[in-house]
Design a protein around this ligand. Sequence first.
Ligand code: GRF
Length: 224
Amino acid sequence: MQASEVEKPRIVILISGTGSNMVAIAEALQKEESDSGIDAEIVGVISNRPTATGLEKAQAMGLHTDIIDHTLYASRDEFDHALIRMIEDLNPDVVVLAGFMRILTADFTRYYEGRLLNIHPSLLPKYQGLNTHQRALDAGDDIHGVTVHFVTEELDGGPNAIQAIVPILDVDNAQNLQQRVHAQEHIIYPIAVKWFCEGRLTMKGNEALLDNKVLPATGIQLQS
Ligand code: GRF
């Protein structure tokens, strides 16, 4: 087989909103020849919200999109099984949660174990769940940040791959802190997806590995 015939890793991205992380990853794919580029293919962007503005951005980038409206399903189980069927039609190697605002069932997370990534706006394990920026400010923390991690059954609890640390300034409020964190998200998510697509980032047991070396609990840390 010629090198050019080798199938690229297939990425499915799940969104619920603006999709700026999805765009950051898609842009990294467009730069596949550069050091920060990703040699892979986004085979679908799926939103559980029909009005998600990220859908238009994906279409403008020529990406295939699907909608699966969670409000049309009687239970979380039914929705997650339908979502698995929709994803499986796209035959992905990795499923990337990029602002996908749904709690996933254990059936779903087990199905995609080791090939399901998420980005969470805090230095996990701190501040699982919502309102992370305000919670970091209320706690008087000096630093905050964002984490890309493998998804397991525990909400925001799977092993960390990479974190960006964002210093908290005296003048910060939740809004401007969120903006600085968001800017870092667009840097670290493409890095993590690139590592995964190159076969460098893996999960074994409840640990993340880079180049077959177990990562520290924080994941690789970048300072912003
Ligand atoms: C980000 O803040 C991410 O950390 C969280 O959801 C948000 C998604 O933003 N999981 P976007 O839709 O990628 O702009």
